[in-house]
Design a protein around this ligand. Sequence first.
Ligand code: FAD
Length: 449
Amino acid sequence: MIHTERIKKLNQKPLKEGDYVLYWMQASPRAHCNHALEYGIKKANRLKKPLVVFFGITKQFPEANNRHYTFLLQGLQHVQNSLDKRGIKMAIQIVSPPKGAIELAENASVVVVDKGYLTIQREWVKKAIDWLKCSLIQVETNVVVPVETASAKEEYSAATFRRKINKKLDEFLVPLKMEKLITHSSDINMDSYSFDDLHSIISQLGLKSKVAPVSKYKGGTLNAIKLLGTFIKHKLDHFPDRNDPSTDYLSHMSPYLHFGQVSPLHIALEILKTKSPGKSTYLEELIVRRELAVNFVYHNPEYDNLKCLPDWAYKTLSKHQNDKREYTYSFKEFENAGTHDPYWNAAQLEMVHTGKMHGYMRMYWGKKILEWTHDPEEAYQIALKLNNKYELDGRDPNAYAGVAWCFGKHDRAWKEREIFGKVRYMNDRGLRRKFKIDSYVGAVNNLVS
Ligand SMILES: Cc1cc2nc3c(=O)[nH]c(=O)nc-3n(C[C@H](O)[C@H](O)[C@H](O)COP(=O)(O)OP(=O)(O)OC[C@H]3O[C@@H](n4cnc5c(N)ncnc54)[C@H](O)[C@@H]3O)c2cc1C
C-alpha cells in the first residue's frame, strides 16, 4: 500500500504525451520495498507506457570519497540487475542528477522522484521543478512515517517526537505490494554505465580524497538483507546490551540505510515478525531516533553548525568557550588517532579502518572532541568533518543529529561544569566501569596491525 501522505505533486505541469514514465531514482537506490519505484510502475501501467529508471552519479557530492562511491556503486550494480529481471531499463550516468533527469524527461510523460532530506538533495529537486515541462511527483520511501506527517515542526527531543510518531505507526507499518510492469523497457536504447569494471568508473570520477574502500561492508540490498537476517537470528535478543563496545550486538544497517539501499519499513516489518526481547529497543532506535534526525535536518536549515542548538546549549557553551583545556589537538592529530586517550584513539581507528565506529563510542568520541579543542565551533566542524570523511554512513541526517547531540541537541541541561557548561559530559571512568573497554581497544588494535 502507498499512503497518499507519501505522495506529493511538486509542480502544476500536465502529463505529456511522452515515450515513457521516468523514475528519477536518487535517494532510494533499491529495487526492493521502494514506494517510488512501485508508484512509477503503477503509473506506467495506467498510462500504458514503459517505465525507465535513471540514476545520476555526480562527481561533486559534498565530502564523498572513494569509500563512499565504491559502496554506492556496489549498490547500483544490484539495482540495475534486479530491475533488468523485472524488464525495467535503468540508465546510470555520470552527470549532475537534476541535469540528467531534465534531459531524459524531454521524452517522458511524467517524472517520479524519491525524497532526500539534506539541503543538496532538496536543491536538486528544486532545480528540476524549475525546468521540467511535465508533471513531477515525489514519493517518500526512506522513512516509516513521512516526515511532514510525523510532525509539522522541528521537535525538541525524542520524548516530544515519540509521542507523535508512535501514534502513526499502526497506519504506516504495512507491507508494500510489488507491481509488475506491463510494457517492458529493457530494450530502450539509452546511455548507461555498465558495471563490468567498478574501478574504471571510480577513476573516471577523478576523486581527490584517498580514503580507501572498506572490505568489512559491501554495498547492495542483497548484502543488507543478508546482514539483517544474521542480526535477527543471532543478535537481536542481545540488542538491549549493545552499548558495550567489546561486543557486537549491532545490526550494521546504517550504511545501507544511509545510501537508501535498504528500506526502514522492510527492516521494521522483519523485526516485528519476531518475538525477541530486543524488538522494542531496536524499533526505538530505527524509527524514533532515526526519524527524529530526519525531522531535525528537514526543519532546521542550520543542521551542520552550532546555530542548530537549542538556546540553553548554545549559551552555556559560549559562556565556557574560554575555559582552560587540559589537552588540545589539531584536526590532523585527531585524524591520526594521536590523542593521550587509548579509548578515543581506538574509536577513531575503528572508524578509519572499518568505515564504522561502534555506536556507543561515537558519543564518547564526539564529547571528547568538544573537550579537547580550542572552542565549540572548531570542535563541531572537526567532529563533522572526520565523521563524514570516514564513516560509511556519514553525511546522513543521523550524522548531523549525532554530532549535534554531543553539543546538547535533543538532550536536557545537566549540572554545570567547565568547558561543557550544562551540556552532558562523558568520561573514561564511565567506559571502564560499565564495559570491557580494554578488550575493545585490543580488538581494534588487532584489526589495524
Ligand atoms: C557523534 C555521533 C555521530 C554519529 N554519526 C552517524 C552517522 O554518520 N550516520 C548514522 O547513520 N548514524 C550516526 N550516528 C548515530 C548512531 O551512532 C548510528 O546510527 C549507529 O551506530 C549505526 O550503527 P548500526 O546500524 O549498527 O546501529 P544499530 O544500533 O543496529 O541501530 C539500528 C538503526 O537504528 C538507528 N539508530 C541507532 N542509534 C541511533 C542514534 N543514536 N540516533 C539515530 N538513529 C540511531 C540507525 O538508523 C541504525 O542503523 C552518530 C551518533 C553520534 C553520537
